[in-house]
Design a protein around this ligand. Sequence first.
Ligand code: AMP
Ligand code: MN
Ligand code: MN
Ligand code: MN
Length: 287
Amino acid sequence: MPYSSSMIDLHSHSSRSDGALPPAQLLAHAAAVGLRALALTDHDTTAGLEEAADAARRHRLQFVPGIEFSAAWRSQSVHVLGLWIDPDAPALRAGVATQLDRRHRRIRAICAHLTREGLPGDRLLSMVEARTPLPTRAHLADALVEAGCVRDARDAFRVHLGRGRAAAVAADWPALAEIVGWIVAAGGVASLAHPTRYSLSATARNRLLTDFVAAGGRALEIGCGGNALHHLDACAALALRHGLEATVGSDFHGARMPWNPLGRLAKLPDGLVPAWRSRGIGGDEDG
Ligand code: AMP
Ligand code: MN
Ligand code: MN
Ligand code: MN
């Protein structure tokens, strides 16, 4: 797979959501691997942005304030990156507060299911809540491993937490259009994350993109992390068809997902417009 040496990574996670590194360490790591620009896009929170921006200044790295929102499109959960957001914009702040609330309710519901499965749901819930103010299924997977309920995090998803499993809880994320609205109100660029990771037919995927554009979506993430080359072409075709700009990112989480190292980025296929061009970053996305 052709990798870009542009060193602009617009999708990463810190320990403020389910990443391994605290924001300042994430930026130090970004500098060490030679990145020029990094976006911190934690799941449904902006809590790490200030610390990350400070560290970016110390490391002379261009920093893009971001977020990765969980949204609903029809019955599908989708992820929308908000890039160049103002975290203090009232609509965004209100949105983030409701997401946090949803996440706490959801993790409690999942743990109740685990209890019904005969697992120590209450203890698992306490473990998660002691560890993070922003509970994700990734934290719960870690707790299941630590409590000796499963061998590893992958097993936790495969056996308990994944789609269709006994403890799977249909998320009640806000509609895609509403989430895009928060991002736009915060002056950000909405980019649909890893568009080939959703289990949708080609027709449904195109409808999703049509709705995304109608809601104010501006960009599409092209080749995320471990995505194979054919995904790159599929993403590029979708972006061109729907008139979307391109973003690239690794979806770095740290050791949890060693297949997504920081700065491993797809080389943009010809004809795509990088969303960062007009934002004063780079100038030569391939060089
Ligand atoms: P949530 O946003 O609460 O649904 O949590 C999902 C998070 O769990 C994702 O962002 C991934 O970081 C992680 N995750 C999802 N599926 C798996 C899997 N099969 N194995 C390990 N981690 C996963
Ligand atoms: Mn994650
Ligand atoms: Mn995602
Ligand atoms: Mn991500």
